[in-house]
Ligand binder design. Sequence first.
Ligand code: NDP
Length: 262
Amino acid sequence: MTPPYEGQVAVVTGGSSGIGLATARLLLEQGARVAICARGEGRLMDVAAVLKRDFGADRVLAQAFSVLEPAANQAFASAVEQSLGKCDLLVNNAGQGRISTFADTTDEDWRAELDLKLFSQIHPIRAFLPLLTEASGAIVVVNSLLAYQPEPHMVCTSSARAAVQSLVKSLSVELAPKVRVNAVLMGLIGSGQWTRRFAEREDKSVSREDWYADLARRKGIPLGRLGDPAEAAAAIAFLGSRAASYITGAQLDVSGGLARFM
Ligand code: NDP
């Protein structure tokens, strides 16, 4: 059977860790050539070296920059076109959440969060749109359950996530029929963000396994555990693939049943 991404080119922002890295690896396994970016050059190049070793140097491109810099996104799109020839899939994954209540979120924090969540979508989409249109490609937006289930302790992230979901809906209409646009709503995925929060835990004697199990219990996740980045990647790869050719403007939650909305 032909691998689903054979002959295709995919771009994954924030591809040096967690969900983005798992997605890059899965798309490579499924036949794609893949370009990744992230701000931290050291980690990105280490990851790229491993992917090149596992899948071939000609199938992996890595460029260090922030997706919040418009010119750097344009340069990345040019590099992808030059080295890989086209772009069939853009996975907008770069970012992180911000823990703060309304009382302790400053105006500056609000602006930074809205900037990160919205422009980490807008800049890469602008830069890659000509290539995506030419390829009749797809965009997968990595979003959060917070868009529909806001948490008071993540007030600005929740608001920004809802705005991103609105953007997904508008774009799915404006870019049709050429480019499909879908979102994956992440619940709690055991990737970089949770690794950092685990490292900052108060009781350092608690093991990672116990800390994650307790977190899943406290959050009331029906499947009883955090998701694995590979499980998030599987949903992203599906929505970006030809198997989802009649799906646009949709959202798929990867939350172990934590989504309570209907
Ligand atoms: P990780 O911290 O493991 O990975 C984040 C990736 O994004 C890294 O490669 C990071 O590299 C990159 N990145 C961050 N900011 C930028 C930027 N401005 N420009 C380019 N690259 C950037 O996080 P996750 O895998 O957990 O998260 C991936 C996405 O999923 C994020 O958008 C996150 O908010 C979202 N999400 C995750 C959830 C979870 O439970 N894990 C839940 C809900 C949403 P570098 O720092 O070097 O730039």
